[in-house]
Ligand binder design. Structure first.
Ligand code: NA7
Length: 882
C-alpha cells in the first residue's frame, strides 16, 4: 500500500484508500490490556472491529518489556481484568507481583478464551490515520495489508510504549552490544562474564540491575537521579488481601473502582502532626513490611502527598533505610534522593536493589558529579574516567503519555490538523479520552486521565466501558460523529491544573510532566484527581446529555450541550457531594441553640489543628462585659504583629474553636499573633452588640498589645464571613472614634450589605452550603430591617475614605461573592489601597476548612503575604511554614 502523498487532501486519500480498505465500525491500535478488552466489549455490543499491533502477539507493554527482573508492581489481586468473574476464577496468579512472562501468559489466555486473535492484525504498523470529513470516517494506512476504513478509531497504545532515544553522543560508535529494556530481545541476552553498563535507575533499572549484577562479570550503573525505592517483598499474595477479595469479590472490585488509585486501600486520615514520632515510625514500618506502592503512598499520614512538611517526614524515613543497607557511605549518599519529594516522581519497588551496590562487581557512577561525555567504541567516557564495556543497557524510559499517541503515526483530524501540532505546547484533551478537532477518535488512558496514577487495569476497563457505552448510545440515537468542544477541553485543562495543586508533582522533573524528554512542553499529564472522582465525572458527562460533546448524524441530526463538567475545585466538589449525600435538614431549621450544637458536634470530628508556638485562652473587656479570646502565637521569636480576628457564623454561631484551624494556619503562615475574639451572638444579643464588641476588643487588645507579646505599632484586623463584617465595621469605627491605628484589614467572604438581589445571591442560592435562606435567617436573628442600613451592619453603606488598606477575598460559588467585590470596589473608589482575591471554583467555607479543602492553601498564602505587607514585615518566613 503506497503512502498517501502530501499533496492529497484527506478526502481524496479517503476516497482512494477506502475503496480497497478493510471496512469496520471500529479500529483499535494495540493488543495489550486495553486493546483486548475493547475487542471483547465491541464484539459483545455488535460492532465490527479490528485491532492492529506491530508485535506478533498480544501483550502490549508486556510483549516488549522482557528485561531481566521485569514485573508488575501492582499486586496481582488487583492487576487483573474484573469484567468477568468466571475469568477471575479460571486464572490463578502464582505470586504477589507477577513476572512479565506470567502476565504475557495471562493475556494470551484471555485472547484464547474470548477468541480474540481472529480480529487482530499482528505485525502491522499503522502508518497514517486521517479523518475523512465527507465520509465521516477514519482511514488508516498500514505497512502490512489493506488499509482500514473505520467509523471510530481508538488508540489503545498505552502510556509508556514509545522508548526514548539514547540522547548520548557516540552510540553508533560502540562496538559492543546495545539493548533497551523496553525492547529486550525475545530469546534473552547472554550476560555471563561480560562487562555491562546500565544507564538509568527508574523502575526498569531498579528491577533489572540486581538480576544483571548476578550474571555479569562487572556491572557499572550510570545514575542521573536516584529514585525512592522500597522492598516489594514478593512471594505469595498476602493472605489478608486475598481474603478481602474472596470474601466479596464484587464489593472489592466496586471499592477499587471508586478508590483514588484503583486499589481499595483505606487512606490515612490522621495528619502527621497528630502522630508521635514513634507512631509515625510504626506506620512506616507497617507500610514497608506490606511491600506495596499504594500503601506507602497513601497510608502513612494524610498530609504525606500534598504537603512538604508531611512529605519530608516520609522521605526522611525512606532515606534512612538506604543508609542502613548500603555499606559505602559515598555510594549510599549518591543513591539517596534529595531533589524531589517522595511520590512526586514514580517510586520503585525493589528486590535486593540497594544490597546489589554492596557487591564487589558493582559500581555506581553518579552522573550528577561526572556526566557522560560520550559513548566510544570501547565503552562509556565520563568527564573523569573511561569504562570498557561489552554491553550497554539503556533503561532510560519513554516519551510518556503523548509519545504513546503521537509517535505511533501521524494523525490528521478535521481540516488535516495534526495532533502533534495541536499538542505542541502540551496535550489538550477532554477527559483524557478525546481531543477537539479529532472527531470519533478516542484514547484509552490518554493524557488527562488517571492512567499511570492508577492501577492501569481498572482505568482501562473504565475507559473501554465508557467508550463502548457511548458508541452504543450514539447508534441508538442515530448519531455517527462525536467531538469534544473547545470549551469543554479548556475547562478540563483548568480542572487538571486545579487538581495538580493538591499534589507535589510540580516540584519534580519527571516523565509525568514531560521533563525527561528534551524540548517537551512541561505540564502534568496524568489526571491527579483520583480514579473514583474521575469515574463519577465521566458518568456525569453522560447523565448531563454528553456535556461538552457535539454529536451529529445523517440528515442534519445534531446535539451539543456545551459547558465545563467541573467548575468547582476538586476538593470542594468532594465536600459538597459528601454534604449532599448526608441530606441534612437546613441549619436554620434547628433553631439557634440546635444549630450551635450541630456545629459544635461537627467541629469535634475535625482533626486537631496544626501546632503553633502557643495557644492560650483569656478574657478581654467587651462593650458590655468580659469576652473570651483565644491567642495563637507563632513559634518564631517575638514580638510579633497582632491580628485581631473575628470568626464566622452569621453573628449567631461559631467561636474560637470553629475557626481554630484557620487561625492556626494563618498564624503559621503570617508569623503573626492571631487573637480570635469571642464577641456576643444573636439572637440573645442583637445588633449592634457584635459590632460594638468588635471595636471594644480592638481597643483592649491595642492597650494590652505589649503584654500579649505584640510588636509596638498598628494592629491588623481580619475576619471571615460575619466576622469579615465585624472586621470591616471595626475599621470604620476605629477611624471615626480616634483609634487604635490599623495597618490593614483582611476580609474573607465578608458580609457587607443587606441587599439580597445581587447575582451571586441568585446563582448560589442553594447547593453551596451557605444558602440564601440561611443568610435570611442570620440577618433576621441579628438585625431588624430598620437597622440594617446602619453602616455598623452594612459597612458598604458607610463612609469609606480614610480606611486601612484592604485585602478582600471572595469565592465564586458564594452568595456573598458580589457584596464582597462591591465592597472592594467601593473602597478602591474611595482611595483605599485594595487588593482582591476572587477565588474561582471555591465556596464560602473553602479557606476556613483548612483540614479539608487543600486547594485553599494558595489563597491563604496570599492572605498571609498581604498581612505581612500591611505590617511591613520584611524578613522571609521560614521555608517549612510556606
Ligand atoms: P523511567 O522511570 O523514566 O527511568 C528512566 C531512567 O533513565 C531515569 O533514571 C532517568 O534519569 C534515566 N535517564 C533518562 N535519560 C537519561 C540520559 N540521557 N542520561 C542518563 N540517564 C538518563 O523509565 P523506566 O523504564 O525505568 O520506568 C518507566 C515506568 O514503567 C515506571 O515509572 C513504572 O511506571 C513502570 P532522570 O530521572 O530522568 O534523571
Amino acid at each position: 500500500m503506497p503512502l498517501p502523498s502530501a499533496s492529497q487532501t484527506p478526502s481524496e486519500m479517503g476516497a482512494a484508500g477506502a475503496q480497497d480498505a478493510q471496512q469496520v465500525d471500529v479500529a483499535v491500535v494495540g493488543a495489550g490490556f486495553a486493546g483486548l478488552y475493547l475487542l471483547i466489549r465491541l464484539r459483545r455490543a455488535g460492532f465490527t472491529a479490528v485491532a492492529l499491533d506491530t508485535a506478533d502477539d498480544v501483550g502490549g507493554t508486556w510483549y516488549w518489556n522482557r528485561y531481566p527482573g521485569a514485573r508488575c508492581d501492582i499486586q496481582t489481586t488487583d492487576y487483573s481484568y474484573t469484567f468477568d468473574p468466571e475469568l477471575e476464577s479460571a486464572w490463578h496468579w502464582s505470586e504477589k507481583y507477577a513476572t512479565q512472562p506470567e502476565i504475557l501468559r495471562y493475556l494470551g489466555f484471555v485472547a484464547d478464551r474470548y477468541d480474540l486473535r481472529r480480529d487482530i492484525r499482528f505485525g502491522t504498523k499503522v502508518l497514517t490515520a486521517t479523518w475523512d470529513e465527507a465520509a465521516q470516517r477514519w482511514l488508516l494506512t498500514t505497512d502490512n495489508g489493506k488499509p482500514v476504513s473505520c467509523r471510530y478509531y481508538i488508540m489503545a497504545s498505552g502510556c509508556l510504549s514509545a522508548p526514548k532515544p539514547p540522547e548520548i553522543d557516540g552510540v553508533g560508535d560502540f562496538k559492543g552490544e546495545i539493548y533497551f529494556t523496553g525492547r529486550w530481545p525475545h530469546d534473552g541476552v547472554e550476560l555471563a562474564g561480560k562487562r555491562v553498563a546500565v544507564i538509568g535507575t527508574g523502575s526498569s533499572g531498579v528491577q533489572s540491575i540486581p538480576k544483571i549484577a548476578e550474571q555479569a562479570a562487572r556491572l557499572t550503573v550510570f545514575q542521573r537521579t536516584p529514585n525512592f525505592a522500597f522492598p516489594a517483598h514478593n512471594g505469595p499474595s498476602p493472605a489478608d488481601r486475598v481474603a478481602a477479595l474472596e470474601k466479596d469479590r464484587a464489593d472489592y472490585r466496586a471499592q477499587a473502582r471508586m478508590s483514588l488509585t484503583g486499589v481499595p486501600l483505606e487512606r490515612a486520615t490522621e495528619f502527621s502532626w497528630q502522630l508521635s514520632e514513634a507512631e509515625r515510625r510504626q506506620r512506616f514500618e507497617k507500610a514497608l513490611a506490606a511491600g506495596d506502592l499504594v500503601a506507602m503512598l497513601s497510608q502513612l499520614w494524610a498530609d504525606q502527598g500534598g504537603d512538604l512538611e508531611g512529605n519530608a517526614l516520609a522521605s526522611d524515613l525512606l532515606r534512612e533505610r538506604i543508609r542502613s543497607i548500603v555499606k559505602d557511605p559515598e555510594t549510599a549518599e549518591a543513591l539517596t534522593p534529595r531533589d524531589h519529594p517522595f511520590g512526586s516522581k514514580r517510586p520503585c519497588l525493589e528486590t535486593d536493589y540497594y544490597a546489589t551496590f554492596n557487591r564487589p562487581n558493582v559500581t555506581l557512577v553518579n552522573l550528577r558529579q561526572e556526566p557522560i561525555q560520550a559513548i566510544t567504541a570501547s565503552g562509556i567516557k565520563t568527564d573523569r574516567r573511561s569504562f570498557d564495556l561489552d554491553v550497554i543497557v539503556f533503561a532510560t524510559g519513554f516519551d510518556a503519555m503523548t509519545g504513546a499517541i503521537t509517535s505511533v503515526h501521524p494523525i490528521a483530524g478535521r481540516g488535516g490538523k495534526s495532533i502533534s501540532d495541536v499538542w505542541a505546547s502540551g496535550p489538550k484533551t477532554y477527559l483524557g479520552l478525546t481531543v477537539a478537532g479529532f472527531p470519533n477518535l478516542f484514547m484509552i488512558t490518554g493524557p488527562g486521565s488517571p492512567s499511570v496514577f492508577s492501577n492501569m487495569v481498572v482505568s482501562i476497563e473504565q475507559h473501554a466501558d465508557w467508550v463502548v457505552d457511548c458508541l452504543m448510545a450514539m447508534r441508538e440515537a442515530g448519531f455517527t460523529a462525536i467531538e469534544a468542544t473547545e470549551a469543554a477541553q479548556a475547562g478540563w485543562a483548568r480542572h487538571m491544573a486545579d487538581c495538580s495543586q493538591l499534589t507535589l508533582h510540580r516540584l519534580a522533573n519527571t516523565w509525568y510532566t514531560g521533563a525527561n524528554v528534551p524540548g517537551k512542553a512541561p505540564g502534568l499529564m496524568p489526571y491527579p484527581g483520583g480514579v473514583g472522582p474521575y469515574r463519577t465525572i465521566c458518568d456525569e458527562v453522560v447523565s448531563r446529555g454528553m456535556l461538552g460533546f457535539t454529536l451529529s448524524g445523517p440528515n442534519g441530526a445534531a446535539q451539543c450541550d456545551d459547558g465545563e463538567i467541573v467548575r468547582l475545585q476538586p476538593d470542594v466538589r468532594l465536600v459538597l457531594n459528601m454534604l449532599a449525600d448526608l441530606n441534612l435538614p437546613p441549619l436554620e431549621s434547628f433553631g439557634a441553640e440546635g444549630a450551635r450544637g450541630f456545629v459544635a458536634q461537627f467541629n469535634a470530628t475535625r482533626p486537631a489543628g496544626r501546632p503553633v508556638g502557643e495557644v492560650l485562652d483569656g478574657t478581654l473587656a467587651g462593650a458590655d462585659g468580659p469576652l473570651p479570646y483565644r491567642l495563637y502565637r507563632p513559634a518564631t521569636p517575638g514580638p510579633h504583629p497582632i491580628v485581631v480576628y473575628f470568626h464566622g457564623g452569621g453573628w449567631v454561631l461559631g467561636d474560637a474553636q470553629s475557626d481554630d484551624p484557620f487561625c492556626r494556619d494563618m498564624c503559621r503562615r503570617s508569623g503573626m499573633i492571631f487573637v480570635s475574639v469571642g464577641y456576643r451572638h444573636a439572637p440573645e444579643h442583637r445588633f449592634p452588640a457584635a459590632a460594638e464588641d468588635g471595636y471594644a476588643a480592638l481597643r483592649w487588645i491595642g492597650e494590652h498589645a505589649a503584654e500579649l507579646g505584640g510588636r509596638p505599632g498598628p494592629l491588623l484586623v481580619a475576619g471571615w464571613s460575619a466576622g469579615g463584617n465585624i472586621a470591616a465595621v471595626t475599621c470604620q469605627l476605629a477611624r471615626d472614634r480616634g483609634g487604635p491605628s490599623i495597618a490593614g484589614q483582611l476580609l474573607v467572604n465578608p458580609v457587607t450589605d443587606c441587599t439580597f438581589d445581587r447575582p451571586s445571591y441568585v446563582e448560589n442560592a442553594t447547593g453551596y452550603f451557605l444558602t440564601r435562606s440561611l443568610m435570611y435567617w442570620f440577618w433576621d436573628l441579628y438585625c431588624s430591617p430598620a437597622d440594617r442600613t446602619d453602616p455598623r451592619a452594612s459597612p458598604l453603606r458607610g463612609k469609606l475614605e480614610g480606611l486601612p488598606a484592604a485585602f478582600v477575598v471572595t469565592c465564586e460559588f458564594d452568595p456573598l461573592r458580589d457584596e464582597g467585590i462591591a465592597y472592594a470596589e467601593a473602597l478602591a473608589a474611595a482611595g483605599v489601597p485594595v487588593e482582591q482575591l476572587q477565588a474561582g471554583g471555591h465556596f464560602h467555607s473553602s479557606f476556613t476548612m483548612v483540614d479539608v479543602v487543600a486547594t485553599g492553601v494558595d489563597g491563604r498564602a496570599k492572605m498571609a503575604e498581604a498581612l505581612r505587607r500591611f505590617a511591613e514585615v520584611e524578613e522571609a518566613m521560614p521555608k517549612a511554614a510556606e
